[in-house]
Design a protein. Structure first.
Length: 408
């Protein structure tokens, strides 16, 4: 009996685990590294509430996909009309483009650690991810992404090699600490924005639909989602800890790009820890450079009613694949602009995620509580409370962040 249950779980595992792990993209890694480098262990407490919120929000997206058999953009178009859908696509499309550029910026930074020019690494990475997605089909692509997800465990190894103060790290995780510094508030918005991103909901729901998850399979998909969310924030915890134990205590707390975090580990934790950090960065860059354009393509094509999905041939979904190709081409090309401030591109994209998140959550909350769509699978009290509370907190933090930045 246990064997069959395990086989059934392996059959549906993928969408939740992959989506959550891609969340630790170069923008996420930089944000977590910045948090540890600038503020030590003091921001670790934010990972506890964001993990809970991430589980709730991701579970909502997966549930809607399994019960309705439709993607999030599909539902927004059908329930709120084309005008609202178009507005959502434009706003999220712009934010996603910033995120896609950030993924290739991360690849450029990671390759630079090994002495490879961004003018070689970025085009090569773009061609690789384009070929895998456009020439592949859903199941083989999913297996590749699951395998790449395992490489994220390089970060826990880096953290252990950094020899952190585990007692202080644990205390900081369990006991919230507050700071009136505007930079601290901006970092909190960035941390939440990089952990719970708008694009994740569109991609997860679309991939659950494309995988063919039904009501019968949903219980196992729910396990996949929860497991993925927990793992991704455990990885985030170790990234913060590694940088807090090294860069923060070195007094050189400014990180110009993600590669700085990897290089800074070497004097304290050894070259092996630095290499592991860099390998994790390159892996994250390639994974997210493949997934982010997919999420945007799903979002736009579903919203406008065009065919979408990597199980379809190019001739069957021309607009989907053309859009995907254009996003990779322009995202990679943007990063190749000489003297581009890659750090600002990455950080702004993460804060933009945090600002836009409440809009997506409002749509999701309205949809998942509609009886004609979800029936008995509508949200319960706690699901609504946590998702709604996340929206309110993000709006409040954004207002405070803007006010303090202007006042300063």
């Amino acid at each position: 009996m246990m064997r069959y249950r395990l086989l059934a779980l392996l059959a549906v595992v993928g969408p939740g685990f992959i989506t959550a792990n891609v969340d630790n993209d170069p923008g996420g890694i930089l944000t977590y590294s910045q948090a540890g480098a600038k503020y030590g262990y003091t921001l670790l407490w934010t990972l506890v509430p964001t993990t809970i919120a991430l589980i709730v929000v991701q579970e909502m997206a997966a549930r809607m996909g399994a019960i309705t058999g439709k993607g999030l953009s599909d539902l927004i178009r059908e329930e709120f009309g084309l005008r609202m859908t178009f507005f959502t696509m434009i706003v999220l499309g712009l934010a996603d483009f910033g995120n896609i550029a950030a993924e290739f910026a991360g690849l450029a930074s990671g390759a630079g650690i090994f002495g490879v020019s961004k003018y070689i690494a970025v085009p090569a990475g773009a061609i690789l991810v384009w070929t895998v997605i456009v020439k592949g089909s859903y199941k083989p692509v999913e297996r590749i992404l699951l395998l790449l997800s395992l490489i994220y465990f390089a970060y826990p190894f880096s953290a252990f090699l950094a020899k952190p103060d585990w007692k202080l790290a644990l205390t900081s995780t369990l006991i919230p600490q507050f700071n009136s510094d505007p930079g601290y508030l901006i970092m909190i918005v960035g941390l939440i924005g990089t952990t719970i991103t708008p694009w994740m909901q569109f991609y997860l729901q679309a991939s659950v639909v494309e995988k063919g998850v039904s009501k019968r399979d949903y219980g196992l998909t729910r396990i996949d989602v929860i497991f993925g969310c927990v793992v991704t924030d455990i990885v985030a915890f170790f990234i913060v800890v590694a940088c807090a134990a090294t860069i923060f205590h070195s007094q050189h707390r400014e990180i110009n790009d993600v590669a700085d975090a990897a290089r800074a580990l070497a004097p304290f934790a050894g070259k092996f820890a630095s290499v592991l950090f860099a390998v994790g960065l390159i892996n994250a860059s390639l994974m997210s450079a493949a997934i982010l354009p997919l999420a945007t393509s799903y979002n736009i094509c579903e919203g406008l009613g065009f065919e979408s999905g990597i199980d379809r041939k190019f001739s069957e979904a021309k607009i989907f694949y053309t859009l995907y190709s254009a996003l990779i081409l322009f995202g990679a090309g943007f990063v190749l602009i000489p003297r581009l401030p890659l750090l600002k591109v990455i950080l702004v994209s993460q804060v933009a995620n945090g600002v836009l998140l409440p809009f997506v959550l409002v749509f999701m909350l309205k949809l998942i509580n509609r009886e004609h769509l979800m029936g008995e699978y509508r949200n319960g009290f706690w699901g609504n409370a946590i998702a709604g509370g996340t929206s309110v907190v993000m709006v409040a933090l954004t207002v405070v962040m803007v006010w303090t930045s202007l006042a300063g």
